[in-house]
Design a protein around this ligand. Structure first.
Ligand code: RUQ
Ligand code: CUA
Length: 651
């Protein structure tokens, strides 16, 4: 018996020697699955090296993952109501979803981007666009809550958004669909020459992050698809891909694919900023919502703004140029040095790389190839830095590793292609499963990428996971890029449709992540900061319940004197001051959601009792051994009853 054991050990030892032998050689893709498993394995109790913030696409929200584990930590509600926490249902957060169209409980969120200082991720805020009802949101990376949403007027299909300039001077939002500006009733087929494409520059306050729509550039009626800021030497410029320079208004799949080249619009925003700071531009009436959430009172307010400053680009000489770019370009990506601007022509096999230096020289030499609506067009050959003959099909987006390599996704040929900046040679290509859209390298669209991983965000999942009926979650794939070649090491499902993502080292965020809200600093007008402050107040048909909660009871937990037809506001303050002790609140028959209330926080829920009886409420979050005891009753009497209002606990 002993002998057998020893020979087993010897055999295992031999296997290990062989394995490590293999390991030290060149990477043989996929063969060493156990080695790959180690690369993504984050042992119980250990933490991930990176945060990955993934847009939710049609979920309207933002999800938070760890890399390399692919574990999802949180869904942050942004543009969509979220019954899990009561976002968009509670009285405090409803104003966040106010727009000029009224309350809009959903959106399509596409491109998260983290705030920057000197072109490097600073981990203060993350911004994301609402594509459908044009909006930009700012999310705190301390509380992981949406703090601000600004609507973008004169815009539609807010897609070339929300990208950040090098010192977070602006978050930029470009329209995908051109529209009549101002909106008016007119025949659709008079689009050409009459519709406009607004590119909006939203300033960000360096102290508190507050956004303000500083100016809009009224561009020709093309589709502005994606954008990126210049960086380093090209800081002060912004680049937007366009398609439908044909200005078709119907059957775009044919009619917007006629021109051999569309444009990348190069915008010298510093020049325009100077122009408007000197009184340039035209103030135009507008109507758009600006919604701000404050931690101090845990409450959002919505203000309607009434005007916007517009700029006619032809009035600011030297501010806007067009760079011809084949062929209906989608992604528009600028490398970490700021010299290369990559246009991913989605109907082309090759990638077009423009040179910022050459662009400046061509502008200097006034070498133009005509103009479009008064905007000079540069000559393709004059601005071209090089072409990547990739052999792939359907290039969409490019990111950078900071070591001179670029990585481009190809939707049609389902692959990520790694190539070298400057020589344009293809170094590696790896399949994706399947039809990849965006990709992300932590910091990969800043001056300082962190490298290490590529995350591919795929549009088609098919056979990657156990089937879940016709609807499948999208799939992400993780590639190790620390070696010379890419290595596919992991698959994980993602929520909604992540279009883009932003990754950042955990050490830049985790230490400052907020744990509680201080009860003593709670400025909510209906907060109860000591249990004896709890009360119930009737104002006509409105009843305000000032309630507190702590393990494991509500104060009060018995309420009488409520009548059918009343509108009851439960204002509930969580008195816990420990990390990770939320309580929930759910009321039978409430026509909204539960509330999940963080330590020190106050939230309010409206309940309109429709039936007489004695109706229970309870805590929804298993908070202690006596969580099931955390409950209460409301007695509802007929509308004409004269039962006095009363409340109690433990009587
Ligand atoms: S898109 S898959 Cu909304 Cu950024 Cu390109
Ligand atoms: Cu409080 Cu469960």
């Amino acid at each position: 018996m002993k002998k057998i054991k020893y020979s087993m050990l010897a055999f295992l030892g031999l296997v290990m020697v062989f394995t490590s032998c293999n390991d030290s050689g060149k990477k043989s893709s996929g063969a060493l699955a156990s080695n790959n498993a180690e690369k993504v394995y984050v042992a119980p109790g250990e933490q991930d090296e990176f945060y990955a913030f993934m847009s939710g696409g049609y979920s309207g929200n933002l999800t938070v993952y760890g890399l390399p584990s692919g574990r999802m930590f949180k869904e942050i509600p942004v543009f969509s109501q979220f019954p899990t926490s009561g976002y968009g249902y509670s009285e405090e957060t409803k104003p966040m979803l106010n727009t000029s169209f009224g309350f809009v409980p959903w959106d399509d969120s596409h491109h998260p981007d983290i705030s920057q200082t000197n072109g490097e991720l600073d981990g203060r805020w993350i911004f994301i666009n609402g594509n459908n009802t044009p909006r930009i949101a700012r999310i705190s990376l301390t509380t992981f809550e949406t703090e601000e949403i600004i609507e973008v007027p004169n815009s539609a299909g807010n897609h070339s958004s929300s990208f950040i300039t090098e010192n977070t001077e602006y978050v930029v939002a470009g329209t995908r669909f051109s529209v009549p500006v101002p909106q008016r009733d007119m025949p659709i087929n008079e689009y050409k020459g009459n519709f406009k494409g607004a590119l909006s520059f939203i300033s960000v306050d360096p102290e508190d992050g507050r956004m303000d729509l500083k100016f809009q550039i009224m561009m020709p009626g093309f589709n502005y698809d994606l954008s990126h800021p210049g960086r380093g030497k090209s800081h002060g410029w912004f680049f937007f891909t366009t398609y439908n320079t044909e200005e078709a208004n119907s059957l775009l799949e044919v009619n917007a694919s006629q021109n051999d080249k569309d444009f990348i619009a190069a915008i010298n925003w510093k020049k325009i900023e100077e122009y408007v700071n000197n009184g340039g531009g035209t103030i135009m009436p507008a109507n758009y919502a600006h919604n701000v959430y404050r931690d101090e009172n845990h409450t959002a307010t919505s203000t309607m703004k009434k005007e916007v400053l517009t700029v006619d680009p032809t009035k600011v000489p030297g501010a806007v140029y067009f760079l011809p770019t084949p062929k209906s370009p989608h992604g528009c990506d600028v490398d970490p040095t700021g010299n290369y601007i990559i246009g991913n022509g989605k109907l082309s096999a090759d990638l077009t790389v423009h040179s910022f230096d050459k662009m400046l020289a061509a502008i200097e030499g006034k070498k133009f190839d005509g103009e479009a609506y008064g905007i000079p067009i540069l000559k393709f050959e004059d601005v071209l830095a090089g072409t990547v003959k990739s052999g792939g099909l359907g290039p969409l987006h490019t990111e950078f590793d900071g070591e001179g390599n670029a990585y481009t996704t190809f939707f049609i040929s389902s692959e990520v292609v790694m190539w070298k900046l400057g020589t344009w040679e293809v170094i590696d290509r790896k399949p994706t499963y399947y039809s990849v859209g965006h990709l992300m390298i932590p910091g990969g669209n800043s001056r300082k990428p962190f490298g290490k991983y590529v995350v591919a965000m795929n549009k088609i999942t098919k056979d990657r996971y156990l089937p879940t009926g016709p609807e499948l979650e999208h799939s992400a794939q993780l590639y190790d890029i620390s070696g010379d070649k890419m290595e596919l090491i992991y698959d994980f499902p993602t929520h909604g449709e992540p279009h883009y993502a932003a990754g950042i080292p955990a050490e830049l965020i985790a230490p400052k992540s907020q744990k509680i809200y201080k009860l003593a600093e709670n400025e909510h007008p209906y907060a109860v900061t000591t249990p004896d402050g709890a009360k119930v107040v009737r104002e006509g048909k409105e009843v305000h319940v000032y309630m507190s909660m702590i393990r494991s009871h509500f104060t009060p937990d018995n309420i009488e004197g409520i009548k059918v037809g009343d509108k009851v506001y439960f204002h509930i303050t969580n008195h816990e001051q420990d990390f990770d002790v939320p309580h929930g609140f759910a009321m039978i028959g409430a026509n909204n959601s539960e509330l999940l209330i963080m330590p020190g926080q106050t939230k309010s829920l409206v309940w309109e009792p429709k039936q007489e009886g004695v109706w229970p409420f309870y805590c929804t979050d298993f908070c202690s051994a006596l969580h099931q005891e955390m409950q209460g009753y409301v007695r509802v009497s007929p509308a004409n009853s004269n039962i006095d209002l009363s409340w109690s606990l433990g009587e």
